[in-house]
Design a protein around this ligand. Structure first.
Ligand SMILES: Cc1cc2nc3c(=O)[nH]c(=O)nc-3n(C[C@H](O)[C@H](O)[C@H](O)COP(=O)(O)O)c2cc1C
Length: 209
């Protein structure tokens, strides 16, 4: 069991936070949620209050006396999901002006995994520069960009394609096996050309159904 910090901001996509918290709990981890005031508003608007069922503690983001404000506390890492462009900028700027930003700053200084899941479109140059800077600082940017090749049937399955990557990068899961199947490649008959033909891919797809 490890302890993880889940930062939730006022970007759209609170379901990513709910599914992350749910899987962290299912895997036996401890979850400290840091939710910004806009985060609480958007989360409620998107009907994701279930998130709090999977949370062990939720210190106020104005409370700098909370445990996660210090590098001496034994947290294994932090994810900010979904991450607004405002919070992304403040993390990169090192402002530490609320507990979420301070906890992210602590993760960077202690060289612990800090995963940030930005949600905005399109990006302006400030957003892109901030993502580059965060990557240079050691943060891991995982955009809320789900994949479709598993042909997910529900929004939860689609969201979990992102959540699986978050958990692997946090170190909370060794492989994505028990959430989404890892890509195993497609075997091409030796006699055929190097790249699979459209016909071959259609056959593989039909078999998977
Ligand atoms: C319904 C709604 C959706 C929003 N979606 C986004 C978004 O996807 N990305 C973003 O950067 N800001 C979004 N915002 C704006 C942020 O909530 C706003 O910039 C806020 O100041 C972010 O504060 P925080 O980073 O402290 O949570 C949204 C606001 C609302 C009301």
């Amino acid at each position: 069991m490890s302890r993880y910090i889940l930062g939730v901001t006022g970007a759209s996509g609170a379901i990513y936070a709910t599914r992350t918290a749910m899987h962290l709990k299912r895997l036996g981890h401890h979850v400290t949620a840091l939710v910004t005031p806009p985060g609480r508003g958007v989360l409620a608007y998107e009907g994701q209050e279930d998130l709090f069922k999977y949370v062990d503690e939720q210190p106020d983001v104005k409370n700098f006396f909370a445990e996660c404000a210090s590098g001496s506390a034994d947290y294994a890492g932090m994810v900010v999901v979904p991450c607004s462009m405002g919070t992304l900028g403040r993390i990169v700027g090192g402002t530490s002006d609320n507990l979420l930003i301070r906890a992210a700053d602590v993760c960077l200084k202690e060289r612990r995994p800090l995963v940030v899941v930005p949600r905005e479109m399109p990006y302006n140059l400030i957003h892109l520069d901030n993502m580059t800077s965060l990557t240079r600082m050691g943060g891991i940017v995982i955009p809320a960009a789900p994949h479709f090749y598993d042909r997910p049937k529900t929004i939860e399955e689609l969201v979990d394609t992102v959540v699986a990557r978050i958990l692997v990068h946090l170190g909370a899961l060794t492989t994505a096996d028990n959430i989404v199947k890892p890509w195993k490649g497609i075997r091409i008959p030796a006699s055929k050309s190097k790249a699979p033909s459209v016909k071959h891919l259609a056959k593989v797809k039909a078999k998977k159904k």
